[in-house]
Structure formats: C-alpha cells, structure tokens
Design a protein around this ligand. Structure first.
Ligand code: HEC
Ligand code: HEC
Length: 230
C-alpha cells in the first residue's frame, strides 16, 4: 500500500476508535442523568463528545453560552452538571467502571428509585407533572397504550399531546442510554404507582428486559413515537 493510503487508513481507524468510545453513551457517574435530561433537548450529545477533555472552568463557560441559548437549570443542577462534566468529560477522566457495575442485575433494580433519578425532575415525585410543561403520568391512560410508554422512554417524544384536559406541545429527550432492564423496571413501576394500578387492564404482563430489547430495534424518531399515541 502507498504511504498515502496507509495514512488515510490510519486516520479512518483513529476516527473509528474515537467514535467507538461513546457507543455506550456518556461515562457513568453522579450527575449523568441530569446531563442526559438537560443537554439533548436542543442538540444531540455529539457536541459534548467533541468538547471532551476541557476543564471544569471551560465547561462553565460553555454552560454560560447554553443558558443564553435557553438552557434552563437551577443553580443546584448547574453545579452537579459542571462537576460531572469537569470530572468525566474533563482532562483527567477516571477509568470507566467495569461493565458489571454499569449493568446491574434486573432483580436488583428498583423502578421507583430509577424514576426518582431519571424522570421526577420533570414529571414530579408523585407523577403529577407541571401544568403546561410536563404531562402528568399519574392517571395517564397512555401508560397502557401498548408499547407506547416504552417507546417514549427509548426514543423521546415530540408533538402536541393532551392529557387530562391539559394541552402540551413540547419534547421529551430520549432515555435510550438506560439499560433494557432499567427501562422495564421504570415503566413497570410507573404503571402501578400513584393509583395507576386502577387503570391497569386485567392480565397485563409486566415488561421484561427482553421485551424492551425488541422494541429498541425499532430505532424511531421522537416524531414517529408521537404517531403511536392514541
Ligand atoms: C436551549 C437549547 C440548548 C440546550 C438546552 C443546550 N444547548 Fe448546547 N448548544 C446550543 C446551541 C444553539 C449551540 C450552538 C450550535 C452551533 O453553533 O451550531 C450549542 C452548542 C453546544 C456545544 C458546542 C460548543 C459551543 O459552545 O458552541 C457544546 C459543547 C454544548 N452545546 C454543550 C451543551 C451542554 C453540556 C448542555 C447541557 C448542560 C447543552 N449544550 C444544552 C443550544 C443548547
Ligand atoms: C426533561 C424533562 C423530562 C424528563 C426527565 C422525562 N420526561 Fe417524559 N415527557 C416530558 C415531556 C415534555 C413530555 C411531553 C412531550 C410532548 O409534548 O410531546 C413527556 C412525555 C412523556 C410520556 C408520554 C405521556 C403522554 O401522555 O403521551 C411518558 C410515558 C413519559 N414522558 C415518561 C417518562 C419517563 C418514564 C421518564 C424517565 C425515564 C421521563 N418521562 C423523563 C419531559 C420529560
């Protein structure tokens, strides 16, 4: 092979290696849920991957820009996000946690705790939502619309909806970085919480990680998920 071809190959492989580093999503660490929730409503995470390696101070400057673009965070959330970015996306990230630690066994998963960590920031602790902004999940019949709630969590949602007489036209970011078992645990929990068990159709089987894995293959856009809504 010519020298030039060799160099092209080398670059291609280097790029592949760089991209592959994030195939599993962001490095796990405290605050990562907030980054997923707050940083992909306007753009995907590629911008974050591209900026990896800058210091916490430089991340603070980036966040300043994002706030001018419209990012909404409380001072508390901003502190957590900055700490996460400065540590895990900073100049000296700790070595990745072993795969076992990042993929806990299904039976150990606590759906209610996962809900509190990943969903309650928007849908609120009792699933009551925020009028006009975040739809209630308590008493929401869409939770029993076939695979729809799983698709929303996997791929996000975009488009006008109406829940309990409330109109919302917003977007939810995807949570596909959660494992199949975690998503199954969250949706199973939400379907039983806050009186939702009264809406549960008789004989509805709990979701399994395998079931979620099947749905993941659909790779829908948030707008396509909206088409599945009743
Ligand atoms: C309200 C919309 C919005 C939100 C939310 C948002 N961004 Fe951005 N982001 C932008 C826009 C607009 C750009 C600039 C796009 C361009 O220049 O093409 C950008 C660009 C970036 C860039 C590229 C470098 C730069 O400064 O232009 C990084 C890094 C970034 N965002 C990180 C984040 C992080 C981290 C979060 C979450 C804490 C976040 N963004 C949330 C709108 C947003
Ligand atoms: C960053 C805020 C935010 C987070 C975090 C969030 N959601 Fe949402 N969610 C929304 C918004 C906004 C909508 C409505 C989107 C629209 O208007 O199309 C929504 C819609 C939904 C719907 C569809 C409701 C309906 O009536 O069609 C379900 C189900 C849902 N979310 C579940 C979850 C679960 C489970 C989690 C945690 C894994 C979660 N959400 C995390 C903002 C969020």
């Amino acid at each position: 092979m010519s020298k030039r071809t060799a160099i092209t190959w080398f670059l291609a492989l280097a790029l592949l290696a760089a991209g592959g580093a994030f195939a599993e999503g962001l490095p796990k660490g405290p605050g990562v849920e907030l980054v997923y929730a707050k940083c992909q409503t306007c753009h995907d995470l590629q911008y974050l991957y591209d900026s990896q390696g800058i210091t916490e101070k430089q991340w603070a400057a980036v966040l300043g820009d994002m706030k001018e673009y419209g990012l909404e965070v409380t001072p508390e959330e901003e502190k957590k996000i900055l700490h996460y970015l400065g540590t895990y996306m900073g100049p000296n990230p700790p070595p990745a946690a072993p795969a076992e630690a990042s993929a806990p066994k299904a039976e150990k998963l606590d759906g209610a705790k996962l809900y509190a960590q990943n969903c309650a920031g928007c849908h609120q602790a009792q699933g009551q939502g925020v009028p006009g902004a975040f739809p209630p999940l308590a008493g929401n019949p869409e939770l029993f619309n076939d695979d729809y709630p799983v698709l929303v969590v996997l791929f996000g949602l975009q488009g006008p909806i109406e829940v309990k007489g409330q109109k919302i036209n917003s977007a939810m970011p995807p949570f596909g970085h959660l494992s199949d078992a975690e998503i199954a645990a969250i949706v199973n929990d939400v379907r039983k919480a806050w009186g939702n068990d009264e809406l549960t159709p008789k004989g509805l089987k709990p979701l399994t990680p395998e079931g979620v894995a099947e749905l993941r293959k659909k790779a829908l856009t948030p707008a396509q998920v909206h088409e599945q809504r009743k």
